[in-house]
Design a protein around this ligand. Structure first.
Ligand code: ADP
Length: 436
C-alpha cells in the first residue's frame, strides 16, 4: 500500500475514533460515529467533484485543495496532461512538416478512400487538376477528373498501370496518372504534368524523321548512280570497293526507310485503326512472296479467314512481314515456319513460329530496343537493321496489345500477339470467300 493511501486510511480511522469519542462524551457514540462518517463523505465527494472538473475542463488549476491521495491523483493527471500536450504539439508539427513537404512536391498527390472519395490532397492537385483542398474533400475524384481512361485506372487492381490524360485545366497539357495503395483501405493518386517530356519526345521523333528525309534525297542520287554502274564500267582493281559501296548504300537505304517507318508509326495520330483487316489474306500473300526467296524454308499458313481484325491494314501487314522476314533470316533452309491466325471466343492470336536458331533468354527483353541485334556482326552481314521489332512493338501497342516472344536456342522462336474481342470482326465463310 502506498504512503498516501495509508495516510488516507489512518486519517479516516482517526476521524471515526474522534467521532466515536465525542459521541460517547455526549452519551450517543453511534450519532458521533455517523456525523464523523458524514463529514468524511462530504470531504471526499468535494475532492471527487473538483477532480472531475479538472478532467473535464483540462484546467489543472481547478484542483488546488487536498493532499494525500487526491494530491497524488492530481499530480499524476497533471503529468499525463503535460505529456499528452507535448505529444499533441509534436504531432501537429509533424503534420505541418508533412503538409509543407507534400505541398512543395511538383506532382499532385490525392489520398482517396475505398469509395474513391477524396480524403486529402496537396497544393499541386489544385494547380494541376483544380482540386480545392477543403471544398472537394469527400467528393468522388472521378467527378472532378472525369475521363474514361482514368475511371478504368481507378477500378484497376494492377498498381503498375498508368494513363496519360489531357489536362482538364490547361489546353495542350498532358497529365500522367498512377495509383498506389496507401494506408488501410486507401489509395494515393499521383498525377504529374508530362507535357515537357512529350514535347521532347516529339522533338526527338521530328528530328529523326527530318534527318532521315534529308539523308534520303542525296542517298537516292548516290544509289541511283551506283546501281546504274556494272563491273564493266569499273577498273578491275576497284571491283571490291565498288561492291562494298553498292551494298553499304543499300543498307543505308534500308536503315533510312525503317527509321521513317518508325517515325510514321510513332506519330500516326490521324491514321485509321478501324479497317476490317483480312489477316488470313495478308498471311497468304506474305507467304507467297517469301516462298519465292532463295534459301526460304518451308512456309505453312494456318489462318482463319472468318475473323478479321479491326485495325490499320498497312501496319498489320508490316507486323506480319517483320515476323516472317525475321523467321526466314534466322531459320535454315530445311527448317519450317508456321503462320497462324486463330480465334477463340473472346480473342484472336496472330503468331509466327520458326524452327530457327532461337534467341538466348538474356536477350529477349532487349529485342524491341532500337538497333538491338542479338549477334551484331552476323545480322549486319545478313541485312538486319535492328528496327523491325521496335516498329512492331509500337504498332501492337496502337492496337491495344503487346508483343510476346517465346524462344529456345537451337529449337526455334514464336513471335505472337493476342487481340481482344473489341478488335475483332467476325464474318461468314461466304463473305470471306467473296473478298478472297
Ligand atoms: P533485324 O532487322 O536485325 O531483324 P529486328 O528488330 O527485327 O531487327 O530483330 C532484332 C533482333 O532479334 C535480330 O537482330 C535478331 O537477333 C533477333 N530476332 C528477331 N527475330 C528472330 C527470329 N525469328 N529468330 C532468331 N532471332 C530473331
Amino acid at each position: 500500500m502506498s504512503k498516501s493511501a495509508r495516510k488516507l486510511l489512518v486519517g479516516l480511522l482517526l476521524l471515526m475514533v474522534s467521532g466515536l469519542a465525542l459521541g460517547s462524551l455526549y452519551g450517543d457514540p453511534v450519532t458521533g460515529l455517523l456525523v464523523a462518517a458524514f463529514l468524511a463523505l462530504v470531504w471526499q465527494v468535494r475532492q471527487l467533484l473538483a477532480y472531475d472538473r479538472v478532467v473535464r475542463t483540462g484546467e489543472p488549476d481547478h484542483f488546488q485543495r487536498g493532499d494525500g491521495i487526491w494530491q497524488q491523483l492530481y499530480s499524476r493527471y497533471r503529468f499525463e496532461h503535460q505529456k499528452s500536450e507535448v505529444y499533441k504539439r509534436r504531432y501537429r508539427d509533424l503534420l505541418a512538416e508533412i503538409r509543407k513537404s507534400t505541398d512543395a512536391m511538383p506532382d499532385a498527390a490525392v489520398v482517396i478512400d475505398s469509395d474513391n472519395r477524396i480524403v486529402t490532397s496537396n497544393r499541386a492537385a489544385k494547380e494541376l487538376v483544380g482540386l480545392r483542398p477543403k471544398k472537394d474533400k469527400g467528393e468522388r475524384i472521378e467527378d472532378i477528373l472525369h475521363h474514361r481512361d482514368f475511371s478504368k485506372l481507378l477500378n484497376d487492381s494492377d498498381f503498375s498501370a498508368v494513363v496519360d490524360l489531357p489536362s482538364p485545366l490547361r489546353p495542350g497539357h498532358w497529365l500522367n496518372c498512377r495509383i498506389v495503395p496507401y494506408g488501410v483501405d486507401q489509395r494515393l493518386v499521383l498525377i504529374r504534368d508530362i507535357t515537357d517530356r512529350l514535347r521532347l519526345n516529339k522533338m526527338r521523333r521530328d528530328f529523326v524523321a527530318n534527318a532521315s528525309h534529308e539523308l534520303r534525297s542525296p542517298l537516292t542520287v548516290i544509289s541511283g548512280y551506283l546501281e546504274g554502274l556494272t563491273d564493266e564500267d569499273i577498273p578491275p582493281d576497284l571491283h571490291v570497293p565498288f561492291h562494298q559501296m553498292q551494298s553499304q548504300a543499300r543498307r543505308m537505304n534500308q536503315v533510312i526507310n525503317e527509321l521513317l517507318e518508325l517515325s510514321r508509326v510513332e506519330s500516326a495520330g490521324q491514321a485509321s485503326f478501324d479497317d476490317s483487316v483480312d489477316v488470313a489474306g495478308l498471311m497468304h500473300a506474305a507467304a507467297k512472296t517469301y516462298r519465292s526467296e532463295p534459301g526460304a524454308p518451308n512456309i505453312v499458313v494456318d489462318a482463319d479467314p472468318t475473323v478479321r481484325l479491326l485495325g490499320n491494314a498497312t501496319q498489320i501487314e508490316s507486323v506480319i512481314t517483320n515476323f516472317v522476314s525475321n523467321a526466314i533470316r534466322y531459320t535454315p533452309v530445311d527448317g519450317k515456319i508456321v503462320m497462324q491466325w486463330s480465334a477463340k471466343k473472346n480473342a484472336a492470336r496472330l503468331a509466327v513460329t520458326d524452327t530457327g536458331e532461337g534467341i538466348p533468354a538474356k536477350d529477349l527483353p532487349r529485342l524491341t530496343e532500337r538497333f538491338f541485334r542479338v549477334d551484331r556482326g552476323r545480322a549486319r552481314s545478313d541485312g538486319g537493321v535492328g528496327l523491325g521489332l521496335a516498329i512492331v512493338k509500337h504498332i501492337l501497342s496502337r492496337h491495344d496489345t503487346e508483343l510476346q516472344i517465346e524462344s529456345t536456342p537451337g529449337v526455334g522462336s514464336t513471335f505472337s500477339c493476342v487481340f481482344d474481342q473489341h478488335r475483332l470482326d467476325r464474318v461468314s465463310q461466304a463473305q470471306s470467300d467473296e473478298v478472297a
